[in-house]
Design a protein around this ligand. Sequence first.
Ligand SMILES: [Zn+2]
Ligand SMILES: [Zn+2]
Length: 312
Amino acid sequence: MNRREFLETVAAAAVVPAFARQGVPANEWESPVFDLHFHLRPQPTSNLAHLDGAGVTKANLLTRGAVLEQVTALQAAAPGRFTWFNSYDVTKPDAEQVLTRAVKDGAQGFGEMKFHVAADGPELRRIYALAADLRVPILIHFQEVDHVANEGTWSTGFAKTFESVLKAYPKTTFIGHADAFWANVSADYRNEAAYPTGPIKRGGLTDKWLGDHPNLFGDMSANSCNNAMSRDLEFTAEFLKRHQDKLFFGSDCGCSDGHGGGVSQNNNPAAARMTGKCVARETLSLLKRSASRDIFHKVVWGNAHKLLQIPA
Ligand SMILES: [Zn+2]
Ligand SMILES: [Zn+2]
């Protein structure tokens, strides 16, 4: 779909009050829900279909490249329901200019940053510095193990080098996400699998760094977090209590309807446990079972509003 068709679809959707008719299920989760990790979909109505289907009140659109018109149109069609982050190839020389422009245009963060570079390499370092200058958070995908042959790795070296980054950029707000970030809640992780299983060995790096570094936060989206938080429920309850002010619910769900329709997790064979399921629903249910009402409300709603400095 080109830009004109997109805008026409938005206009049509705004005339037929489909969103208003469906509405947001008032209290399905007994708390409004903010999805920090929602990839902008080309069809405007499909964005709302996922939010409404999963009982999500607001979402943060993760986008890449030039998307201002699409985002503005979607915000106009569903006022108050969407914020956005922007990303851009960090290996390109104009990355800082493009990302600065996106923030001037209303983007409230950088992300999802998912590139085949080292987490402590020069390409990302300049973006860490820029995020501090512009006072926006940066959301990073850390992955050391291929999901499919030759996929390659993303923001590599998390376990070995990222603490030095956290120390070097104290004014940057880092939001960790994906396989390596979540697998490292367990102290015995050695990059042996994308989604390790079994009881959590206490004292993992991610757990420790969330406690030690005020500039590190966690994005609870995708199979990576759901898997980690499903391994050892005693650990999960304690972890949520410990880091209740530093965690954000997110889905990273690709399902069509907020009920597991279509394709979830991009047919990633390593994440087959999510096949036919909506990741948003799975993780919201897990969090609800594992946290007090107050902590659940912070993680699925309050914390994201504080982070983005928007009224809840
Ligand atoms: Zn990701
Ligand atoms: Zn879903």
